[in-house]
Design a protein around this ligand. Structure first.
Ligand code: MG
Length: 452
């Protein structure tokens, strides 16, 4: 990170009371107007209670800076990215805190091609924000606001790209987020029988927390079983993410979904590169290699740059899939359509498709308290310890923390969070016994050092 003070791993997020205030939004609007040099800006928001208030403040800043605003209302982040590109706007901005708790909000920015702001864009915007602050235009140079209905064009573009067999039964849990307005409608228009959960917009998130983790999706799993559905799908608050439940009501690992689509993308492009984050399973490498492609790993939140530089055919972090045939943004709505297309072409249950195609290795995840001031020293100690304690090391990858890949394919990742005072551990074994052995090696040192 080159001196970023405002931006985290994805946009700006935090509590409404202390960080993401109307004053911050007004100043960001002024700064962005200067950054796009008077170009148009597409603005949308998710279903949080503070969305309209923050949007008004942000829009006032943009107009004051001389930018024309295209306001598209409550939409999923991927719909905003699509609209920014299709209208040829200078930038897009969505007021969202993704899967954070209801009292938080935030903002994420998109470039005119639909990619999320790169580090260089964030650094430039911060320079204006903390420098001149952007300009206050004269009365006859102010920007304007116009409304635009984005959902129909977005869904039409998706429907052109997928073929779905009519009659598939799907349960979709929208978390009362922005996906509520889009995904059930899309699935019905594709000919599916749709059962909805938490599919009305409500910023209190009364149904479940917006993070689509298995422990928040017990209603979805039960409903898939009761309704005898073919698949269950769940979004986070702004629907750039998707989580999947198979026809038996079992949660499907996010890495398994990445592997399925990575293999298809590589096969379709006759080889090619898949970009994924450092914390994902070696199962992805194995299916991609089988299809004749290769995998490149990045730090969390960093995949956009690598995806562009390496001309990737597919990119993903757990839950966030980028299908380049639609556009270079993570898209939970298009992911829903692609999953139904997969079920249509295979004509067998999702659990069988997965069992045939993607190896399943046991994995252990845990987080530990790790104050910011000791993170560097902790990582230094862990690195030395792992290199001397783990046997059969094949390679050490250090794009974000330390990942030790062993010769037989098992691996260990220790990293510190960029946004929270935490250290994160992932261990994947070839079987349960190996997982247990490797986990004990790492936990011994973590417990000693962090007194966890
Ligand atoms: Mg999100």
């Amino acid at each position: 990170m080159i001196g970023k003070k405002l931006f985290g791993t994805r946009g700006i997020r935090g509590p409404l009371s202390t960080k993401v205030t109307p004053e911050l939004m007004l100043r960001l609007g002024c700064a962005l107007a200067e950054y796009v040099n008077g170009g148009e800006v597409v603005v949308g928001w998710d279903t949080r209670t503070s969305g309209e208030m923050l949007t008004r403040a942000f829009t006032a800043g943009l107009i004051s800076g001389g930018s024309n605003v295209i306001e598209i209302g409550t939409v999923p982040s991927p719909c905003l990215a699509f609209t920014t590109r299709s209208l040829g706007a200078g930038a897009g901005a969505i007021i969202t805190a993704s899967h954070n708790p209801p009292e938080d909000n935030g903002i994420a920015f998109y470039r005119s091609d639909g990619t999320e702001f790169l580090t260089e864009d964030e650094v430039s915007l911060e320079r204006i924000f903390f420098g001149s602050g952007g300009k206050i235009s004269k009365w006859d140079e102010l920007g304007t606001v116009r409304r635009y209905e984005p959902i129909t064009p977005y869904l039409n573009a998706i429907k052109k790209l997928v073929k779905v067999r009519p009659g598939l039964k799907v349960v979709v849990d929208c978390a009362n987020g922005a996906g509520s307005l889009v995904t059930p409608r899309l699935l019905r228009e594709l000919g599916c029988k749709v059962v909805t959960l938490n599919a009305h917009p409500d910023g209190h998130f009364p149904g479940r927390p917006p993070e689509p983790q298995p422990w928040n999706l017990t209603d979805l799993m039960a409903t898939v079983r009761e309704a005898n559905a073919d698949i269950g799908l769940a979004h986070d608050g702004d629907a750039d993410r998707i989580a999947v439940v198979d026809e038996q009501g079992n949660f499907v690992k996010a890495d398994t979904i990445i592997a399925l689509f990575a293999e298809l993308a590589v096969a379709r492009s006759n080889g090619g590169t898949v970009v994924t984050s450092i914390n994902t399973s070696v199962a992805i490498d194995e299916v991609v290699a089988r299809a004749g492609g290769k995998v490149y790993r990045t730090g969390l939140g960093d995949f956009t740059e690598a995806m562009l530089e390496r001309h990737a055919c597919f990119a993903a972090e757990p839950g966030k899939l980028v299908f380049l045939e639609l556009g270079p943004w993570a898209d939970g709505v298009f992911s829903a359509a692609k999953l139904l297309e997969l079920l249509s072409t295979e004509s067998k249950p999702l659990s069988e498709i997965i069992a045939e195609r993607v190896p399943n290795y046991p994995t252990y995840y845990n987080d530990f308290e790790c104050p910011d001031e000791i993170k560097d020293e902790f990582m230094h100690e862990m690195r030395d310890y792992l290199l001397s304690s783990v046997d059969e090391i094949h390679e050490v990858v250090e794009v974000d923390g330390v990942r030790i890949n062993r010769k037989n394919g098992s691996w260990i990742l220790v990293r510190t969070s960029g946004t929270e005072p935490k250290a994160r551990l992932v261990v994947e074994g070839r079987d349960e016994a190996e997982l247990e052995r490797l986990r004990e090696i790492v936990l011994k040192k973590i417990k000693e050092y962090l007194k966890a």
